[in-house]
Ligand binder design. Structure first.
Ligand code: 5MM
Length: 325
């Protein structure tokens, strides 16, 4: 077993999953402001300290994805975030993309950037304790979207990133997210998700990425959030697994879903329903952001004394997702 395969397997097995705490400074700041907390570097650090020090977190969380700012910050005990995660048996991951930017020639569509200098940044993150990385591409469903241009540009970026990660010793989490925004049907999401994943695996193959040393982080197949016809949990589970079977090679060790704006309980129910389908070649787990930490942030609101309630809220979601597996 290669080192990359071992890390990938650690991330997705033993009923554990990944916590995405890698909100960029802009996203994290607006989430703090929404709950009445001033958006300072110290408050972002305090909030992340609360998250990672949740008791027994390592029983249900295998890895935590951090943003660059957090990766260089320390807890109150003086340990850096990656050092502390290592101390408690959680792998430290790093978001290395620099965000989704407008794609030339494709109005309303985006391409994720961050390849410039990535080889050198990876070396630095490995030195600081990272074992895996993440890059997120976003795909819209809309009138005449996604275009082939947007899908190909994003798949190319994901594959170039994944190749650089593996060369530098990091397991790449490959995250092509088909957004929930819109009024599209479940079947439209299934069709787009399948074709995006097919394109991503074509590009990974072209770049000679070792598939047993990656984790795929896709969206679940759902209807658009504005669709009047919302599918059942069983329909979401089946459509998602059908899309994956059609596009994801069996050599990929694990698939860790993003939550994408689903209510936390719904994301957990969908994950549980997928485990009941016929035997699958990959582990199916979670790499949720909002569906894990949303209730904790609401419970905390930056108020002294709310820390235990916030950690309890995170713990409940983490245990529920581990149980769903
Ligand atoms: C936690 O949010 C991640 C980073 O967001 P920005 O760079 O846009 O600030 C995001 O990539 C996240 O890892 C995934 O979207 C999964 O999070 P959700 O909330 O969809 O489960």
């Amino acid at each position: 077993m290669s080192v990359l395969n071992k890390i990938a397997r650690t991330l997705v097995s033993n009923r554990r999953g990944i916590l995405a705490a890698d909100e960029s400074i802009g996203t994290m700041s607006s989430r703090l402001e929404q709950v009445g907390v001033e958006a300072t570097a110290e408050n972002r650090r305090l909030y992340r300290e609360l998250i990672v020090t949740t008791p027994q977190l390592a029983e249900s969380i295998s890895g935590i994805i951090l943003a660059d700012e957090t990766f260089h910050q320390s807890l109150s005990n003086g340990r850096t975030f990656p050092e502390y995660l290592g101390d408690i048996g959680i792998l430290a991951g790093i978001k290395v993309d620099t965000g989704a930017k407008a794609l030339a020639g494709a109005p309303g569509e985006k391409v994720t950037e961050g390849l410039d200098g990535l080889r050198e940044r990876i070396e630095e993150y490995v030195r600081l304790g990272a074992t895996f990385a993440k890059w997120r591409a976003v795909i819209n469903i809309g009138d005449d979207q996604p275009t082939d241009r947007a899908v190909r540009a994003n798949a190319h970026g994901l594959a170039r990133y994944a190749g650089l990660c593996q060369e530098g010793g990091l397991v790449p989490i490959v995250e092509p997210e088909v957004l929930m925004d819109g009024a599209h049907s479940l079947s439209k999401c299934q069709e787009v998700t399948t074709s995006v994943l097919e394109r991503v695996f074509d590009e990974l193959d072209l770049m000679q990425v070792q598939l047993d040393g990656i984790v795929l982080k896709p969206n679940m197949v759902v209807a658009g959030s504005e669709s009047l016809k919302q599918p059942s949990v069983e329909e979401v589970a089946k459509a998602t697994v059908d899309a994956l079977r059609a596009s994801v090679p069996a050599s990929v060790p694990g698939i860790a879903f993003l939550s994408g704006g689903q209510r936390p309980e719904v994301a957990t129910q969908n994950l549980a329903a997928m485990q009941n389908l016929d035997s699958l070649p990959w582990e199916l787990t979670y790499s949720f952001g909002r569906a894990l930490v949303g209730p904790a942030l609401e419970a905390w609101r930056g108020v002294n004394g709310n820390e235990a309630a916030a950690q309890q809220a995170l713990s409940e979601r983490a245990v529920a997702n581990a149980s769903a597996r």
